[in-house]
Design a protein. Structure first.
Length: 147
């Protein structure tokens, strides 16, 4: 059993990295993942899906309900939104494919290290802050929850 795992979305073009807070739930609770490319026809009005900027995390609520008492919520009340916001099944990063973006952005900054070390240090320092600001601006769910 892992604390996080990567799951391909329904169309297979993208991958999300999912984190299981306190390791109560695991990949059995994840039914499907949709990226912005394949979430177009997914219905919004149900309790088993979390929407986040076009990404959709669909949970197997039967699995979730069996663990509800451990999560501290009643089986009748638990929703995918609640599970996500409480951090039991959520993204590893702020965004689903954070690991990918992070690697790309880091590679860009690392290029600086070869030419301008001072600019590199400065860029590294600003990087985290800039990311947070951008995620807030883009309205990612995790940023909204923290505000
Ligand atoms: Zn997709």
């Amino acid at each position: 059993m892992c604390q996080s795992y990567r799951k391909d979305c329904a169309c297979g073009h993208n991958t999300g990295e999912i984190f299981f807070g306190k390791m109560v739930l695991d990949e059995q609770s994840v039914e499907q993942l949709y990226c912005p490319e394949c979430s177009q026809d997914v219905k919004t009005d149900c309790d088993n899906r979390v929407w986040d900027n076009g990404w959709v995390l669909e949970l197997d609520m039967d699995v979730v309900r069996t663990q509800a008492s451990i999560l501290g919520v009643s089986p009748q009340e638990v929703t995918a939104d609640w599970v996500f916001d409480a951090g039991y099944v959520t993204w590893v990063g702020i965004i689903p494919d954070d690991y990918k973006q992070k690697a790309q952005e880091r590679a860009e900054i690392l290029k600086l290290a070869k030419t301008d070390l001072l600019a590199y240090y400065q860029a590294m320092k600003e990087w985290g802050l800039k990311r947070e600001k951008r995620f807030t601006r883009e309205g990612w769910r995790k940023m909204r929850v923290h505000i």
